[in-house]
Design a protein around this ligand. Structure first.
Ligand SMILES: *Cc1c(COP(=O)(O)O)cnc(C)c1O
Length: 434
């Protein structure tokens, strides 16, 4: 699969003009594709009352993208103060926002409860007394430990820092109730980029059974369960896409059976990031150098500050060369590494990849950068992040974030000078403190 055909057919003929106006590098997102995926989610889960997607803001934290999510009636999943601010600016409020932080600070709790609050998703029982004002609706993130295996990005649940352990989950709800909570939700997030829908099914079954067990013990009902994000997308041409249809159908069955047994059913929440926007974005770069030593290298005008996934996870991102189809007769295919200019040898968008022979000035399209792409970028080595564009349904292209400049890089060095002379402690206590 990789980049959806419709996006490709829309974008590629326009790229000469777009790169002419905006110059490379940039991420460009497909508004139509995001709407299509969102509406498909809504449609597939329409058999469950109160289904809602809470878009994982960290995947693509751009106000214009969040507006699209809001348009579709989605909520927002955040875990930091800036993400809360973005969600509220996009029109999210109250229970349209889920705050799934971990190792939460006092300032974060204050921000979460300000401006109409949000659904507080607590990561640990020790956080309960630290909540400045216990809201009516509380959720806990559950970590099933050794009863489930994770996958490579998130890791084994036993080793994961997230969530409340099985032994503590009952007392977590009991304590929250003692602290004033009256309505409850249950959350987990165990996998990332998972293409096997059966895993999501197991997770849903696990949460529904746990909800029943806790309900029984504490005599509470659950308003919702949230299985987190983690729905996978096909990054490699040979990857089979997640079978969303089968996943939704079988999850709907689980909810129907729950309702039969309990004469009510919780709502069902998802918080997908990657699945919503991943395939609907690409990073467009230009080849600026060719180097031929022990290996052949193509140097492009972006680096891992624009896309970290290959560098940190060894992730595969498919690459197209504009106007050069690898399977066309007469096109020479060469094995190359496609590299950026950062002084780190893992600054490579592709390693030993078979690509059509690339010349200086060629435009390369790096697929599936719509989630955890621009957002993960950093400034190490004085590298700046590129702009973001939106290919809109009306045919226009809008710049939705400008590129960083050297002035942005130096912005944190602009401050009023502050110097203190630290005092020594009481000399008598010196040794006991060492
Ligand atoms: C990152 C994250 C998500 C989104 O994950 P995807 O793999 O992009 O779907 C959802 N929920 C939580 C709590 C997360 O940390």
């Amino acid at each position: 699969m990789t980049m959806p055909k419709k996006f490709k057919e829309h974008l590629f003929p326009l790229l000469k003009d777009i790169t002419g106006h905006f110059d490379t590098p940039f991420h460009i997102y497909d508004e139509a594709g995001i709407y299509e995926t969102g509406r498909m989610l809504i449609d597939k889960f329409s058999g469950i009352k109160g289904f809602r997607e809470y878009f994982a803001v960290k995947a693509l934290p751009n106000p214009r993208i969040l507006e699209i999510m809001k348009q579709m009636g989605f909520g927002f999943d955040c875990s930091s103060i800036p993400e809360l601010i973005l969600s509220r600016q996009a029109g999210g409020s109250g229970e349209e926002i889920m705050f799934t932080s971990n190792n939460t600070s006092h300032a974060e709790f204050l921000s979460a409860s300000a401006d109409g609050g949000c659904i507080l998703n607590l990561d640990d029982i020790t956080l309960i007394p630290k909540v400045p004002q216990m809201p009516e609706l509380v959720c806990f993130r559950y970590n099933p430990g050794s009863t489930r295996t994770g996958n490579t990005i998130i890791g084994n649940p036993v080793e994961a820092k997230y969530g409340v352990s099985h032994e503590q989950i009952l007392s977590a709800y009991k304590t929250a109730r003692d602290f004033g909570a009256k309505r409850f939700g249950l959350h987990t997030m165990l996998a990332s980029n998972e293409l096997d829908y059966k895993y999501m099914l197991q997770t849903t079954r696990m949460l529904l059974e746990l909800a029943e067990w806790i309900s029984d013990k504490l005599n509470i009902n659950f308003e919702f369960i949230n299985i987190g994000g983690g729905l996978g997308i096909p990054y490699k041409p040979e990857d089979r896409p997640l079978d969303l249809h089968a996943m939704a159908k079988e999850i709907t069955d689980l909810f129907n059976r729950f309702e039969k047994r309990n004469s009510y059913a919780p709502k069902f929440f998802l918080e997908s990031g990657r699945y919503m926007t991943g395939p609907h974005g690409v990073l467009v770069v230009k080849a600026i150098n060719k180097k031929d030593i022990y290996r052949k290298y193509i140097g492009v005008d972006a680096c891992m500050s624009s896309l970290m996934r290959p560098g940190i996870y060894g992730a595969y991102h498919h690459i197209s060369v504009l106007g050069k189809k690898p399977d066309k007769k007469g096109v020479v295919v060469v094995v190359v590494d496609v590299v950026g200019s950062l002084c780190e040898n893992n600054d490579k968008f592709a390693v030993q990849r078979r690509l059509p022979k690339i010349e200086q000035g060629d435009i390369l399209i790096i697929h599936d950068t719509g989630a955890h792409g621009h957002a993960m970028g950093f400034n190490y080595n004085g590298r700046l992040r590129p702009k973001e564009l939106l290919l809109k349904t009306d045919g226009s292209v809008e710049m939705i974030r400008r590129e960083e400049t050297a002035a942005d890089y130096f912005a944190t060095l602009n401050f009023e000078s502050k110097v203190i002379i630290p005092k020594t402690e009481d000399p008598a206590s010196r040794f006991t403190n060492m």
